[in-house]
Design a protein around this ligand. Sequence first.
Ligand SMILES: [Zn+2]
Ligand SMILES: [Zn+2]
Length: 284
Amino acid sequence: MPHDHPALADGALVAASHWFVHILPFEATRYLVAALGVYFVVSIAGARLLAGRKIRTARPGRRQMAVEFLVSLRTAAVFALSGAVSMLGWEAGILKSYDDPARYGWGYFWLTVGVLVVAHDAWFYWTHRLMHDPRLFRRLHRRHHRSVNPSPFTAYSFDIGEAAIHAAFMPLMLLIAPISQLAILVFLTHMIVRNVIGHSGYELFPARRNGRPVFDFLTSVTHHDLHHAQAGWNYGLYFTWWDRLMGTEHPLYHEKFAAAVRRPLDGSAVQAMGLAPLSATKAR
Ligand SMILES: [Zn+2]
Ligand SMILES: [Zn+2]
């Protein structure tokens, strides 16, 4: 397309390519370390120790995990592209970020980390619900749900459009407020760790004696596992509050959680209604 400032446009392209090449290894490594780490620690080394926390009997197949792995690397490339464009926005003074994490004080630093996590949870919940609209699902969210029985490698297994929606969050936040690069790194690390754990297939969150989650405001592994088993419920990423507020939490979530941690839930609907625990449900 013709433009008035070819040198400027070419310069932007060169700069974006430069940033892309530098950010891609970081994005890919972030995924690889978290997914491979959780896979080897939980599914391989800890498999016997955690046998009593396996959510379903069936294991995800190797072919499924290989596809998820490759698709996730494509997502890392989309994230790196978004990172490269963000760096251009930062250099142009449009996006606000800074080097020294103590520049506005450590109170502000941790506040931005907290705000990022809470805001990302809201962004994820609402964009996720939107992607479940039948008109958008096929184009944006089908790939992620091909993993009916998820594995740690499912974490970034997204269609390109979905990856772009997730990637848009950070630049949007940097339009609003200055956030230090270290705060972004802490946020991104938390994001990938929670994401990978949520797809691990083992309930790793602590449970009370009565079968309820200790941290009931957090989405457990069972919470997101149920979303893959039976889409239409449990859209939340980190917290359960949006699902509870909007009435989209799976009605049998607490029963399924209790079944996953092998504890009887008081007044259990599983026993009362004679429903099978999730471990007995067959993966498609
Ligand atoms: Zn979904
Ligand atoms: Zn998922």
